[in-house]
Write a protein that binds this ligand. Structure first.
Ligand SMILES: [Zn+2]
Length: 64
């Protein structure tokens, strides 16, 4: 039984490099572009698509 590892790849939206997502990527999966180091997130699987993984700013409850 030969097991084929099919690795899904997507283009980095920042630099266009091919980013590996593993064999079974999930929506919301976080990856880092190996080329530009940009933090990315899987936003689509068919076709595989990446977008910037913006960190949600923590609202400061301490008002001045
Ligand atoms: Zn990149």
């Amino acid at each position: 039984m030969a097991q084929h590892k099919t690795e899904v790849t997507a283009d980095c939206p920042n630099c266009g490099a091919l980013v590996r997502l593993g064999s079974k990527p999930r929506i919301g999966q976080r990856v880092v572009c190996p080329s530009c180091g940009e933090p990315l997130r899987v936003i689509n699987l068919d076709p595989p698509e990446l977008d910037w993984d913006f960190e949600e700013p923590v609202p400061e409850s301490d008002e001045d």
